[in-house]
Design a binder for this molecule. Structure first.
Ligand code: DGL
Length: 262
């Protein structure tokens, strides 16, 4: 393993690009490899076995491309597959992610926290264990958001259909006094501007992208694997239509980039 090798990052689709941005901000000297598994999105409504199979394939491909670390930039893939990937690759730094319940519990003043996430994340044993561990003193209301990931994949970050869908998910949480909203899916940071229009200003939105980047930095530092740069241009692959990802990258990633077929 050498320090100049890339970091492999993946998600069911474009959501993980929100995490990739945080990694670029914190670790600009690192070369990044990203896979959007868009032919299989959404993971949120698929079985854990199905997701594990996809994650095994993607991890093997990223390692073939020379990844020195893996980031599961997807809450749903993490609950289904991070344990298995760590067993398969015990020497490899692997970062997963989970909804930011602990910081939300620390931040709430009303004592009511809402979690927006996929069905797969919210019904997992891993998420139940997280709630047991850190959220015994506050009321946590979970809200699955079927259909929302598809809107974001379609690039509809501001459309009236996305607004209507999101409003239907968020209003019941506000009515119950929620003042802290966890974005428990990596697609959702891309609709923060819309969300900010739908919730009062005193409601905080919390996501985990920056914390994931810090955890990656810690793991690389511990193993003396941090790159000294300069970074190569990020490489993108999609299992869906490469052109579709290529078209949204200027908006989501802030730069045009070629996308290869995975
Ligand atoms: N972006 C993913 C997450 O963080 C999953 C979205 C999906 O494919 O359902 O959970």
């Amino acid at each position: 393993m050498t320090n100049s090798q890339g970091i492999g990052v993946f998600d069911s689709g474009v959501g993980g690009v929100s995490v990739l941005r945080e990694i670029r901000t914190l670790l600009p000297q690192e070369s990044l490899l990203y896979i959007a598994d868009s032919a299989h999105v959404p993971y949120g409504e698929k079985s854990p076995e199905y997701i594990r199979e996809r994650c095994r394939l993607i991890a093997a491909f990223l390692l073939e491309q020379g990844a020195k670390a893996l980031v599961l930039a997807c809450n749903t893939a993490t609950v289904a597959a991070v344990a298995e990937l760590r067993e398969l690759y015990p020497q490899l730094p692997i970062v997963g992610m989970e909804p930011a319940v602990k910081p939300a519990v620390a931040a709430t003043r009303s004592g009511v926290v809402g979690v927006l996430a996929t069905t797969g994340t919210l019904k997992s044993a891993k998420f139940a264990a997280l709630l047991d561990r850190v959220a015994s003193d506050v009321k946590v209301i979970t809200q699955p958001c079927p259909g929302l990931v598809e809107q974001i994949e379609a690039g509809e970050l501001q459309s009236s259909r996305t607004r209507e869908l999101l409003d239907g998910f968020v209003q019941p949480l506000l009515v119950q006094g929620c003042d802290t909203l966890i974005l428990g899916c990596t697609h959702y940071p891309f609709i923060k501007p819309l969300l900010n229009e739908l919730v009062p200003a005193n409601v905080s939105l919390i996501d985990t992208g920056a914390a994931v980047a810090r955890q990656l930095q810690r793991l690389l530092r511990e193993r003396d694997l941090l790159a000294s740069g300069p970074a190569r241009a990020a490489q993108f692959w999609s299992s869906g239509k490469a052109q579709k990802l290529q078209a949204v990258l200027p908006t989501l990633w802030g730069e045009s980039q070629e996308v290869l077929q995975f």
